[in-house]
Design a protein around this ligand. Structure first.
Ligand code: ATP
Length: 270
């Protein structure tokens, strides 16, 4: 809801085990986990710990999940907000939310701040200047930049942000000492889809004949979120038919339903 604009520093119980595939991205964020757990190892040698990293990739590929896993692995609190919550905001509210978020995270440091859909506040400034809400977005962005510059490199707070449009972000966000690292989170390939199925089929009661290799082959172009959705849809279909286990046909029916939905979405976009 709008009243609860960010998640306040709750721990997460997500770990790297919950994130299937994404080996390269996991390796990169492993370093961030280490910064949070063993800051002295770095600061004693005079190293400055990075303040932020940008997770870049298509929707539903696990960026939020990965950010939560960083907090879970490091066992630090997770503060999050979504850029899209700031789109229709009263004057001054966006900036004060950002200030509040950083203040709370600093108090609870070491901690992770996660900003989802950062492009909604971090689009390059000075474009669409005639749009009403634009000033407020700029105020929010400026506050974010101020906060990132304001805290010391070794404050124990690391900011992760996610976007699928790194190309439209204000360059100022990517400057040294801000989001100066980019981590790519790509769509899963065949093997990664298998791994994602393994994670999401775990809670599901399967009929023996359900073959993960086959399911992975039937789902090119599916993101992790699509696969999670597929597994659940299949279970819902089987339950509706009062089956005692989920069968291959339920997955195939769910694939049809989801592909139908994706096509409809694409038709609306194009
Ligand atoms: P968006 O850009 O739309 O915010 P995102 O990249 O942040 O998407 P998530 O919100 O992390 O995607 O993914 C949604 C859900 O999809 C996850 O909670 C998880 O259930 C599933 N999922 C996505 N990627 C993976 C993955 N690599 N491994 C396991 N599950 C995944």
């Amino acid at each position: 809801s709008k009243a609860q604009l960010f998640e306040k520093g709750k721990g997460t119980n997500v770990t790297f085990k919950d994130v299937a595939g994404l080996e390269g991205a996991k390796e990169e964020v492993q370093e961030i986990v280490d910064f949070l757990k063993n800051p002295k190892k770095y600061t004693e040698l005079g190293a400055k710990i990075p303040k932020g990293a940008l997770l870049v990739g298509p929707p539903g590929t696990g960026k939020t999940l990965l950010a939560k896993a960083v907090a879970g692995e490091a066992q630090v609190p997770f503060f999050s907000l979504s850029g899209s919550d700031f789109v229709e905001m009263f004057v001054g509210v966006g900036a004060s939310r950002v200030r509040d978020l950083f203040k709370q995270a600093k108090e609870k440091a070491p901690a992770i701040i996660f900003i989802d859909e950062i492009d909604a506040i971090g689009r390059a400034r000075g474009k669409n200047a005639n749009m009403g809400s634009n000033d407020e977005r700029e105020n929010t962005l400026n506050q974010l930049l101020t906060e990132m510059d304001g805290f010391g490199t070794n404050s124990g707070v690391i900011i992760l942000a996610a976007t699928n449009r790194a190309d439209i972000l204000d360059r100022a966000l990517m400057r040294a000492g801000r989001f100066d690292r980019q981590i790519y989170v790509d769509m899963p390939d065949l093997n990664e889809r298998k791994e994602i199925f393994q994670v999401h089929l775990k809670p599901i009661k399967l009929q023996d004949k359900v073959d993960i290799d086959f399911l992975a082959k039937q789902t090119p172009g599916f993101s992790g979120a699509d696969i999670a959705n597929l597994c659940n849809e299949a279970a819902l279909i089987a339950a509706r038919k009062k089956k005692s286990a989920v069968e291959l046909q339920d997955f195939l029916d769910a694939v049809d339903r989801i592909i139908g939905g994706l096509e409809k979405k694409n038709r609306i976009i194009s």
